[in-house]
Design a protein around this ligand. Structure first.
Ligand SMILES: NC(=O)c1ccc[n+]([C@@H]2O[C@H](COP(=O)([O-])OP(=O)(O)OC[C@H]3O[C@@H](n4cnc5c(N)ncnc54)[C@H](OP(=O)(O)O)[C@@H]3O)[C@@H](O)[C@H]2O)c1
Length: 268
């Protein structure tokens, strides 16, 4: 399917690896010029170089911590200066924070709110005037299946995912008349570095029954336990959903939280 987005300009946050990288790759492969961002500059630049070389599209790496107050303005300014505008925003930066209410501190809540909510609000607010001018825009806010089916062991992440879904619906209504479509993706278990370095160690703490399994076997078992399709997803499967939602082939889907979770109705 031709997504009809060749020549458009996108900003993808958290795109040096994982789901964000796959989204940037998919968009670049469809002729979109992409600004990618993450905190770690070395990996970000390598990712931009690889995507650009393999897809033939222009990919600009702008290192930024999206929680910094001026990050959104800097990203938007970079996209406008380098590519002449902004058509697409994919808010993806961040990762899950494990823990129930009694294990979480005020600092945990503030840090996660900054990444998951404030950064998203600021980038959308900075990009929308540019989309309005062209009467065309697409926004995808990455959320979690836990925003719909919460797991108390991932309290902060799942409360904030519910907030993202709500924000997405409201924003979609606010900008619908401007030709701007806004959707969220409720992501299920997707195999990325977030699992290798963050989630698997947490799962091991709460599931001593799985101690004998190596990481590969554990992922296989969790995939079978968690999802009706019987496995973890891969970043490219989320990227395919995001690419449709931000494309010109999407003309009528807005305000939705699309579940991309292999049919799962729980997260862990
Ligand atoms: N994987 C899953 O199973 C799953 C499930 C539900 C929801 N999600 C959500 O999907 C999104 C992507 O997940 P993932 O698994 O691909 O994560 P990941 O592999 O940990 O990659 C996260 C990306 O975000 C960047 N990042 C993190 N904090 C940032 C910040 N403050 N400013 C700018 N960039 C930042 C990271 O680079 P630097 O560290 O260099 O900044 C990296 O490029 C996240 O929002 C996550 O919560 C994932």
């Amino acid at each position: 399917m031709d997504l009809m987005i060749e020549g458009k300009v996108a900003i993808v946050t958290g795109a040096s690896t994982g789901i964000g990288e796959a989204v940037a790759y998919e968009l670049a492969g469809n002729g979109v010029r992409v600004v990618i961002t993450a905190r770690g500059e070395k990996r970000l630049k390598e990712t931009a170089k690889r995507i650009g070389a393999e897809t033939g599209s222009e990919v600009a790496a702008v290192a930024a911590d999206v929680t910094e107050a001026d990050a959104a303005e800097r990203l938007v300014a970079a996209a406008v200066k380098r590519f002449g505008g902004i058509d697409i925003v994919v808010n993806n930066a961040g990762r899950a924070q494990a823990g129930g209410l009694l294990e979480t501190t005020d600092a945990d809540w503030s840090r996660m709110e900054e990444v998951k909510i404030h950064a998203m609000v600021r980038l959308n607010r900075a990009a929308i005037p540019h989309m309005r001018r062209k009467h065309w825009g697409r926004i995808v806010n990455m959320s979690s299946i836990g925003g719909i089916y919460p797991n108390p062991k991932l309290l902060i992440s799942h409360v904030l995912s519910a907030a993202i879904n709500n924000l997405t619906k409201s924003l979609a209504l606010e900008v619908a008349k401007d030709g701007i479509l806004v959707n969220a993706i409720a992501i299920g278990a997707i195999r990325t570095d977030n699992w290798a370095s963050n989630m698997i160690p947490k799962v091991r703490q709460t599931r001593p029954d799985l101690a004998a399994l190596d990481d590969e076997a554990l992922i296989e078992l969790l995939g079978a336990e968690l999802t009706p399709v019987g496995r973890f997803g891969i970043p490219e499967e989320i990227a395919a959903v995001a690419a449709f939602l931000v494309s010109a082939r999407n003309g009528f889907v807005t305000g939705c939280t699309v579940e991309a979770s292999g049919g799962a109705d729980r997260f862990m």
